[in-house]
Design a protein around this ligand. Structure first.
Ligand SMILES: Nc1ncnc2c1ncn2[C@@H]1O[C@H](COP(=O)(O)OP(=O)(O)OP(=O)(O)O)[C@@H](O)[C@H]1O
Ligand SMILES: [Ca+2]
Length: 900
């Protein structure tokens, strides 16, 4: 499809869209009108099918339901209207419960899509504003910089080394350079160089563009609409659940076929056998299993989002429980990224001068000429800006300055020494901006018509460019090797206390600058990081720090945070820490050796992150990696779980990541890993519950058929049991709160099966008890030889109560429900309460009595049944107690005892 804006000049584009290339749209009413015409700039599409149609579809989708309908029809033909009515009602209930669950699962999946709002910078009335991208309208003027996601389809009106990565739209992996020139209007998507498309990512430079299409009208919107038709990819867990479901179906159908055949040969009524067979199939096949898994995953993700971790892809939830290495950057994730200068050093000082804490500007430190030169370089080589708008601040500081935290710390230090921002009097001729590869910043300025270079940054980089130094009196000397050593040893001393070191220099000859001294900058650890690291480590997760900072500073901070380092600095630095440069000199096998034991990677550039992740993965580790920058994106993609910083991270990093931390804090990763492990436990718990019910129901009928007994449960009762098994009680096991002890368990191996021997044993034990006791009750009740309504009611109620007690004990695999708190899962209480109420209606309400062929039971009956059926809980409690006694379960308390 051609696009007219391709061939328009920028002026024509503006005229056509009635906007301005410099100030953007200005009229608020006009913007509102455009918004009503074009709608929100997003891709949310209404479901084309009404909820009623979706519901009705359920009746014809499942072959088993159709079979049930058939048996209802046959019942009518044979004149058994009552039976037909009962079956029809049962179908209705089964389908409704299934539908409600599926509908809920879809709604919660939809909610996931709306968790990460996109922001963008729009210029309206000439003022730049940070707004949610959904509010954009055609004609809006957008400014974009490196790391941004393009919020709508734009005709570019301004481009400075502007390169956009369009791989998610065109598949082309090389970023495309953009221009403002008019082109032919029928170019293919990949060659439309004067346009930027929604969802693509800015990789270089900066630019501006006019919105020409929003929402579903964008190129991405078109692709999205066709994409929606194709099925959503499933997570590995969902796939294995589908697989498990199929296997169980095959087994059940074989079993049911045998039951029906045997019954038939025994001369039972074939219609009754057919109905029971089909109901049993409905009950024994856990068709609800995949749905409950999806809902559990989705609800887990929503819960995590409340704890500030936003999972962008459902499969990541599963991976979280398997993560055994977390690579974290230091600044901003482990530390606050809130920096203050606490020490200053100029050559000649015996000890660095300590800058007292506090806000007051007047303090009694004599500012030497040398210190003044140091401060001046730091102030001139600085990009911090005064806040225009307080609400713009991304950081929680009260500082009136915005910019790189190092720059802010330095300019604030200058202010405290009474040096007011001197940048106005020195015009800046050029700049080498700071980035994580360069590790310094320098500017060339013009003052009184002399060109002077000012530089600040990591010490090694600065010292390399210096040939002289100034002493406290400001006198210039040659930088001899012995002075260099002296400076290094002071740097070392300051870094050992965890301070980040920034050196500063200035001079007229670019490669022979004059060294002025060092700043020691404090960046306190974030709260709870130490505790989180501790908990993760006890849970068998290795924590690795990967930082751009110096090795000494990094080791010191790592140790303060309780990471696994020896107490001697020498030992720690030599054996457990390594710099990026050293890493570059190693071959693949030595790298693997290093990453298997190193705790700190210092002076790294973003490409080292990839190397480290690759090496860890080749060792079989499941790696989580944090990052924020454009250059971190490849490593984030590569890691098993890429974690982007929601506040300070770029859109590029966020798009590459699987999870986003909305508070940028390491402690949040702990919560996410906890949830990941917990969700997996919950899934296993309800599988245990469903399987034991299913096995018990199937065996009960099978046994009575094989021994030529009458059926202990009729079709309606079996269907009712199915609702309990597949429905609310099972689902409520999926939202069980994460157990405290979960972090004591080691991460789950990458491909660990869900059905373990232990789980199957537990299923079989419970099923065995249920079948045994239920058969017993049935035989005792029908002593008179005749199966009466009372007999089946007792058997039926017995089975249902068993199911409830079984659900209760399935709330945890290893922990006593009395320790969990019997009423601590609210959804469980509601589900079980509802089920019991339903059961009461079924046996006491005349209408239902007729349908289910039941009879009212006396209080004594109920008490007897409760006593019998609680056995399944007691036996499981004994099993749990035994596990603890044998020390087969690690809990918080055993660990604490063990470590004392
Ligand atoms: N704004 C700046 N100007 C000049 N030099 C800087 C600036 N910020 C940091 N540095 C220097 O660059 C070094 C490395 O910074 P870099 O940004 O690579 O690490 P970081 O990203 O802050 O740390 P981490 O990787 O732990 O988040 C610092 O140790 C410091 O010496
Ligand atoms: Ca960083």
């Amino acid at each position: 499809m051609s696009n007219p804006y391709l061939s328009y000049t920028t002026e024509q584009t503006c005229t056509d869209l009635e906007t301005d290339v410099h100030v953007g749209l200005s009229n608020i009413q006009d913007i509102a009108k455009r918004h009503t015409v074009y709608g929100d700039n997003d891709l949310a599409v209404d479901d084309d099918e009404s909820i009623v149609v979706q519901f009705l579809k359920q009746f014809i989708q499942d072959p088993l339901i159709l079979l049930l309908f058939a048996s209802a029809a046959i019942s009518i033909l044979l004149g058994n209207i009552d039976d037909a009515f009962s079956i029809a009602l049962a179908i209705f209930i089964v389908v409704t419960v299934g539908f409600v669950q599926e509908y809920r699962s879809e709604k919660s999946l939809e909610a996931l899509n709306n968790l990460v709002p996109h922001y963008c910078n729009v210029i309206r009335s000439g003022v730049s504003q940070h707004v949610v991208a959904t509010k954009l309208v055609p004609g809006d003027l957008i400014s974009l910089q490196i790391g941004d996601r393009v919020p709508a389809d734009l005709r570019i009106v301004d481009a400075v080394e502007f390169e956009v990565d369009e791989s998610n739209l065109t598949g082309e992996t090389n970023p495309r350079k953009k221009t403002t020139e008019p082109l032919m209007s029928n170019l293919p998507l990949g060659e439309r160089n004067n346009m930027a498309f929604m969802g693509t990512l800015v990789r270089h430079g900066h630019g501006r563009g006019i919105v020409v299409a929003t929402g579903a009208d964008t190129e991405f919107g078109r692709v999205f609409l066709t994409m929606r038709e194709t099925e959503k990819p499933k997570t590995p867990l969902q796939n294995s659940m589908d697989h498990l479901g199929k296997q169980l179906s095959a087994i059940s159908i074989a079993g049911i076929a045998i039951i029906v055949l045997v019954g038939f040969f025994q001369g039972k009524k074939w219609l009754e056998m057919l109905t029971i067979g089909v109901s049993l199939a409905v009950a024994a096949i856990p068709e609800g299993l995949p749905i409950i898994v999806t809902v559990t995953l989705a609800l887990g993700v929503l819960r995590m989002s409340k704890k500030r971790a936003i999972v962008r892809r459902l499969p990541s939830v599963e991976t979280l429980g398997s993560v055994n290495v977390i690579c974290s950057d230091k600044t901003g994730t482990l530390t606050m990224n809130h920096m203050t200068v606490t020490k200053m050093y100029t050559p000649g000082m015996t000890t660095p001068c300590i800058i007292p804490d506090g806000d007051h500007l007047d303090f009694s430190i004599e500012k030497t000429v040398g210190m003044n030169k140091l401060l001046l370089s730091a102030a001139l080589c600085n990009n911090s800006k005064r806040h225009v708008n307080k609400s713009d601040a991304i950081l929680d500081t009260t500082s009136p300055w915005a910019g790189f935290p190092v720059d802010v710390a330095l300019i604030e230090c200058c202010e405290r020494f009474g040096l007011n921002d001197p940048r106005g009097s020195y015009s800046r001729l050029s700049e080498m901006p700071f980035n994580s590869e360069r590790k310094y910043m320098s500017v060339i300025t013009n003052f009184n018509s002399t060109k002077t270079t000012f530089m600040k940054g990591a010490m090694d980089h600065v010292l390399k460019s210096c040939a002289y130094y100034t002493d406290s009196a400001g006198v210039q000397h040659e930088l001899t090797p012995s002075i260099r050593d002296e400076i290094r040893s002071h740097e070392m001393d300051m870094a050992k206390t965890g301070l980040r070191i920034i050196a500063a220099a200035s001079g007229i000859i670019p490669n022979k600058l004059v060294f002025h001294g060092l700043f020691g900058i404090n960046d306190p650890p974030r709260p709870y990081v130490r505790e989180s690291i501790q908990q993760l480590m006890t849970g068998g997760v290795r924590i690795i720090m990967i930082t751009g900072d110096s090795i000494v500073t990094a080791v010191s901070v790592a140790r303060a945070l309780g990471m696994a380092l020896p107490s001697s600095d020498q030992d720690a630095i030599q054996n457990y820490a390594i710099t990026g440069d050293q890493l570059d000199e190693l071959d693949d096998s030595s790298i693997r050796d290093v990453v298997s034991r190193a705790v700190v990677f210092a002076r790294t550039t973003p490409h080292h992150k990839m190397k480290i992740v690759k090496a860890l993965q080749s060792l079989g580790d499941v790696v989580a990696m944090t990052g924020d920058g454009v250059n971190d994106a490849p490593a984030l993609k590569l890691a098993d779980i890429g974690i982007a910083m929601g506040r300070q991270g770029t859109d590029v990093a966020k798009e590459a990541a699987d999870m986003i931390l909305t508070d940028d804090s390491f402690a949040t990763i702990l919560h996410a890993v906890e949830e990941g492990k917990g969700i997996f436990n919950n899934i296993r718990n309800f599988i245990t519950f469903q399987l034991s019910t299913s096995v018990a129901a199937l065996s009960l009928i099978a046994i009575s058929s094989l021994f030529g007994l009458q059926n202990p449960l009729n079709a309606m009762q079996i269907l009712w049991i199915n609702i309990l098994m597949d429905g609310p009680p099972a689902q409520s096991l999926g939202v069980e709160a994460v157990d405290d002890d979960v972090m004591m368990k080691p991460p789950r191996p990458r491909n660990a099966p869900i059905l373990t021997v232990q789980l199957l044993k537990r299923v079989l034990i419970s099923a065995f008890i249920i079948v045994l006791v239920t058969t017993l009750i049935f035989t005792v009740e029908k002593k008179d030889g005749e199966v009466t309504a009372r007999d089946t009611t007792m058997t039926f109620t017995c089975f249902v109560l068993f199911d409830m007690f079984n659900a209760l004990s399935c709330r945890s695999e290893t922990k006593s429900v009395f320790k969990l708190g019997i009423f601590s899962n609210r959804m469980f209480n509601i589900a079980v309460g509802g089920s019991l109420l339903g059961q009461a209606l079924v046996i006491y309400m005349p209408l239902f009595q007729k349908i289910f062929q039941t009879e009212a039971l006396g209080l004594k009956d109920i008490v007897t049944l409760i006593i019998y059926t609680s056995s399944v809980l007691w036996v499981d409690e004994i099993r749990k107690w035994y596990l603890h006694r044998k020390g087969l379960v690690r809990t918080k308390s055993t660990k604490i005892l063990g470590s004392v």
